[in-house]
Design a protein around this ligand. Structure first.
Ligand code: NAD
Ligand code: TYD
Length: 337
């Protein structure tokens, strides 16, 4: 059995990856390590929590007593755990430094003692490149993060690289574009707008709405990580992008029309400070290894919207009954509206 440690496996991408990995690799035994912050939910793993090849550990990656022994016995580490929401990093950045930078440091130190380790996948992000004025970001481009989330991820990205360069740790760094799909916490734009629109609540579109993101279906992301575990070269960075560059205003229109809701639900609100105008990835390096995104954006978005329509059990308790979410929503949006 291959011992696999997935950090942040109760979050959006991590839970999709755990589910994918258990299905795709009958010889993998997966341990999820997750702190269960506001974004990490056992519900995300409901169908695999008692799977015979899956174990769940509730703990903080930055707590060496908990994360150290798990890393030390792993053959593969896929490190998703992070604070991930740009708007929250603008409100308060401390947790981003503690988890994304210090937490990654704790895992990397433990990885130096992991005798059987053959891959440490550092899940970074396209946001480390900063706003892209023209063309597409390549792995060799300068990093110009412009918000505390992106900066903390850039710190972790380069720290992981340094452990390859210095200690020959088998590190691979991935920089993916914006993901969409089921189980995404309803603070991010797609689940927020879909669930607001279902309830006829206005959707707060930042600034002129002409910012673009390159959307990647979470299943395509999981397949890319899987491929990189086997085929990547140690110490290298790989962009993972869906090739679906969409302006926020167009994304919003598609969501509303898919739900049969009027355009009058769009509520233009003051922009996010330091809002990156555009992200766009050149994915030729990954494609030479044989990866191609499989999910067309049109169909993937429709299915994702349907998932939120059919799984109100999953998001209503967060949006309606979680006082922490309500106070975040107020702090984030009431001053804007
Ligand atoms: P998420 O916020 O949905 O999940 C993060 C998970 O990490 C949660 O389960 C949370 O409980 C856990 N976590 C947070 N702090 C922790 C700690 N100290 N110890 C243990 N667990 C902790 O995030 P996501 O969208 O699934 O993103 C996963 C990773 O992918 C992140 O590293 C993020 O930077 C990266 N990424 C995300 C996107 C995207 O579009 N969502 C794009 C590119 C890269
Ligand atoms: P988000 O999902 O927060 O991801 P990121 O900031 O990591 O790209 O936001 C995606 C885009 O949607 C981004 O350009 C900001 C915009 N946005 C809004 O217009 N309104 C919102 O309420 C949110 C959360 C995001």
């Amino acid at each position: 059995m291959v011992e696999v440690l997935v950090t942040g496996g109760a979050g959006f991408i991590g839970s999709n990856f755990v589910r994918y990995a258990l299905g795709a690799h009958p010889d993998w035994r997966v341990t999820t390590l997750d702190k269960l912050t506001y974004a990490g939910r056992r519900e995300n793993l409901l169908d695999v929590i008692t799977h015979p090849r899956h174990a769940f550990v509730h703990g903080d990656i930055a707590d060496a007593a908990v994360s150290g022994p798990l890393v030390e016995r792993a053959e593969l580490v896929v490190h998703f755990a992070a604070e991930t929401h740009v708007d929250r990093s603008i409100l308060a950045a401390g947790d981003f430094i503690r988890t994304d930078v210090e937490g990654t440091f704790v895992l990397l130190e433990a990885a130096r003692r992991a005798a059987r380790l053959r891959r440490f996948v550092q899940i970074s992000t396209d946001e480390v490149y900063g706003s892209v004025t023209s063309g597409a970001s390549r792995e060799t481009d300068e990093l110009k993060p412009r918000n505390p989330y992106a900066a903390s991820k850039a710190g972790a990205d380069r720290l992981a690289y340094s452990y390859w360069a210095t200690y020959s740790l088998p590190v691979v760094i991935t920089r993916a574009s914006n993901n969409y799909g089921p189980y995404q916490f309803p603070e991010k734009v797609i689940p927020l707008f879909v669930t607001n629109a279902i309830d006829d609540i206005p959707v707060p579109l930042y600034g002129d709405g002409r910012h673009t993101r390159d959307w990647l279906h979470v299943n395509d992301h999981c397949q890319a990580i899987d491929l990189l575990i086997e085929k990547a070269t140690d110490g290298e960075v790989y962009n993972i992008g869906g090739g679906n560059e969409v302006m926020n205003v167009d994304l919003t229109k598609r969501i509303l029309s898919s739900l049969g809701k009027p355009a009058s639900l769009v509520n233009p609100v003051p922009d996010r400070p330091g809002h990156d105008r555009r992200y766009c990835l050149d994915t030729s390096k990954l494609r030479t290894l044989g990866w191609m995104p499989q999910v067309p954006f049109e169909g993937g978005l429709r299915e994702t919207i349907d998932w939120y329509r059919h799984n109100e059990w999953w998001w209503r308790p967060v949006k309606e009954a979680d006082p922490a979410f309500r106070s975040y929503y107020q702090a984030q949006y009431e001053r804007r509206t």
